[in-house]
Design a protein around this ligand. Structure first.
Ligand code: NAD
Ligand code: DAU
Length: 378
């Protein structure tokens, strides 16, 4: 079947993996990557697919309602996978307005443009899908009732390695009430509500997923894992917030992209699916693994760089623990993460060490010239 799909935020971290997967796996689809190219957008993430015939890049702000509406009409778009957002919690604490603008108003603009376009067609909603990618942070924070860790209720391929403890009995399930704490998660929560409202009010065929922390290649080095890998490599301090005891639930980015593919095609309209691999880690434990791995791969004595750990003032409103229950997705659609954390981290560290040029382009700001070089005069 032929389809024309807009993927927003496709030049970012997760979006670039989703674009790559769809462009390669579905040559019969037309994939339009709509991205404003903020500081987080990097077209070098997509070098390997940028000349494929079923791919088009469009530099556009999701808040540009007229532009988005026109693009949908021109391209006869029947699917939207919406990832574009401001995504970094620390930035949201400094500048909440940008987060409300992009994450709330931008999502509304995408929804309204899709509604007007799809309602104008004879077949209306038939064969259409608006898939909104969200975060587990909308559920707030879980308590850390078992700081030493307990056996989790489920294991997956990804969590069956050495480390698969849970730090409390409670998990984020799809029916939990929203309790966002940061301006980032408050804005994402609001966008989720708008998506559901468009289903309930107008009948738009929507689906929402809430995923845990992603890691892997092409992540902007403001986030914990790429920032720390790069700092260890260059022997720079590692700023650990608070005591480093906060827990995050980590998923390899390609496993998230596979889940998005499955849910886009097979997820039920109006449903919510939580995505995560039962893979909880305290920040400080991950940091020890990163130090060991980087040291080993660079031929340094393992653990030599432990003294880079620097405890700094905690993040304001720092959520203690995130832990996703992805049983619904596993049971209903048969998804399971493919990689054990140990494998995923090894792969990720190797990627950043082997792709120092990518990292240098990002840290120097040169990556922002890539659009001008590649696309401006086309
Ligand atoms: P990212 O910051 O790496 O990328 C965001 C992309 O969106 C960039 O390419 C940026 O240029 C683009 N963008 C930002 N504002 C835009 C605008 N106004 N118009 C058009 N494009 C715009 O983000 P990410 O980490 O890849 O996250 C992608 C999505 O997944 C977000 O919606 C985020 O909330 C969600 N999510 C992320 C994680 C994670 O661990 N990173 C986990 C769960 C959910
Ligand atoms: O849970 C999903 C979310 O995961 C996504 O919705 C967000 O877009 C994504 O950024 C991520 O949010 P976090 O705030 O959990 O990710 P971050 O990498 O910023 O931080 C991970 C943990 O590490 C968190 O407890 C804060 C801590 N940290 C982070 C940085 C950048 C540090 O201790 N030091 C740091 O320098």
């Amino acid at each position: 079947m032929k389809r024309t799909i807009i993927i927003t935020g496709g030049a970012g971290f997760i979006g670039s993996h989703v674009v790559r997967l769809f462009v390669n796996k579905y040559p019969e689809y037309r994939i339009i990557n709509l991205d404003k190219l903020t500081y987080a957008g990097n077209l070098a993430n997509l070098k390997d697919i940028e000349n494929k015939p079923n791919y088009r890049f469009v530099k556009m702000d999701i808040c540009d309602f007229e532009g988005v509406y026109q693009l949908m009409q021109e391209e006869h778009v029947d699917g939207i996978i919406h990832l574009a957002a401001e995504s970094h919690v620390d930035r949201s604490i400094k500048d909440p307005f940008t987060f409300a603008q992009t994450n709330v108003m931008g999502t509304l603009s995408m929804l309204q443009a899709a509604k007007l376009y799809w309602e104008s067609l004879p077949e209306k909603w038939e064969g259409k899908r608006f898939y909104h990618i969200s975060t587990d942070e909308v559920y707030g924070a879980l308590e850390m009732t078992h700081p030493q860790g307990i056996e989790p209720p489920f294991t997956t391929k990804a969590s069956s390695g050495e480390h698969h403890l849970a730090y409390g009995e409670k998990f984020f399930t799809e029916d939990l009430k929203y309790q966002p704490h940061s301006p980032y998660s408050a804005a994402k929560a609001s966008s989720d509500h708008f998506v559901r409202a468009f289903h309930d009010t107008y009948g738009m065929p929507t689906v929402v997923t809430n995923c845990s922390n992603n890691y892997g290649p092409y992540q902007f080095p403001e986030k914990l894992i790429p920032l720390f890998i790069n700092n260890i490599r260059h022997r720079k301090p590692l700023p650990v917030y608070g005591k480093g005891e906060n827990v995050r639930d980590w998923l390899f980015v390609e496993d998230h992209a596979r889940a998005i593919d499955l849910i886009f095609h097979e997820g039920k309209v109006a449903e919510t699916y939580n995505i995560g691999g039962f893979n909880e880690w305290k920040n400080i434990d991950i940091i020890h693994v990163l130090i060991k791995t980087v040291d080993r791969l660079l031929g340094r004595p393992e653990g030599e760089d432990e003294d880079l750990i620097t405890y700094v003032t905690d993040r304001a409103g720092h959520d203690m623990r995130y832990a996703i229950d992805s049983t619904k997705l596993q049971k209903e659609l048969g998804w399971e993460p493919s990689l054990q954390f140990e494998e995923g981290i090894e792969k990720t560290v190797r990627w950043y060490l082997d792709n120092q040029e990518w990292m240098d382009n990002v840290t120097s700001g040169d990556y922002q010239k890539y659009y001008d070089d590649m696309y401006k005069n086309r």
